[in-house]
Structure formats: C-alpha cells, structure tokens
Design a protein around this ligand. Sequence first.
Ligand SMILES: [Zn+2]
Length: 60
Amino acid sequence: MSRVGYGTCPECGDVPGHMVDEGIGPYEFWGAKGVHHDWIPECDLCGETMTEFEEGPFDA
Ligand SMILES: [Zn+2]
C-alpha cells in the first residue's frame, strides 16, 4: 500500500509526493510489544522532505 499526495518541496515547488515510514518498526520493550511508525512526506522528484503535504487518493 502506498500513500501518495501533493505537497510543497523546498527544491521543486508544488509537486507530487509520497509518505515514507521512517519509524523503527516492530519493537519490544520490557515485554511490551508495539510497532513504531513515523510517516514523513517525501518529494517524488528529489526525495527531499516536503514542507507541506496533503494525502490524497488520486488514483480514483
Ligand atoms: Zn523535490
């Protein structure tokens, strides 16, 4: 599953982007299990972190 949308890239301006999960994923801490997610919007063109982002379904 991909999360895509539109946003503002500091390098490219208003361009399409996608969310990337930079979380650490599954973890266990003193027997407590969890999954850490840290979703960050990234430019489709240069990979820079976007300053504005709006997730869309654009494939409808
Ligand atoms: Zn860019």
